[in-house]
Design a protein around this ligand. Sequence first.
Ligand SMILES: [Zn+2]
Length: 169
Amino acid sequence: MITSIPPSIDAEAFARARQRCEGEVDAGQLERVAAELFSLEGKLTWSVDGEPWTDPMGRDRPHLHLSARGHLLVPCARCLGPLQQAIAIERWAALAPDESSAEQEDLEAEAYDVLVASPHFSLAQWLEDEVLLELLREPRHADCSLPEHLQDDRTSAFAALESLRKRES
Ligand SMILES: [Zn+2]
């Protein structure tokens, strides 16, 4: 099954049946992600696999695995210019039967998330949440130069210091 926007699934049934779906989504199709981008070029290849699972406490917790790869064009946290950021996401989520056990187990578990096993589980929303977490890292150019007017200020400040030092010596 290849789809552009990740669909909603019955999370528990999907995982128990070891189903898989995958696709390719344009940056602009993920609304909340699009709002954070420099421009809408770029796309992500994603897939979701399900499997039955028993958690370390012996609880029956079907599992989903989300994988996403691609490049997005984000604003550099320093100069706000375009920066190509590689996205590489691998997340595991155990499915709990209700909100309160999901919250509690999510606090306990460090290596994976615990989400509610909704019959209308939105893969698009999950993917968006995880991509937004990646974008929170404030990416910046490795060789970022400041915008020109700031550079001028800095250069003139250095020049002023330099001429002071020369006068003192
Ligand atoms: Zn920059």
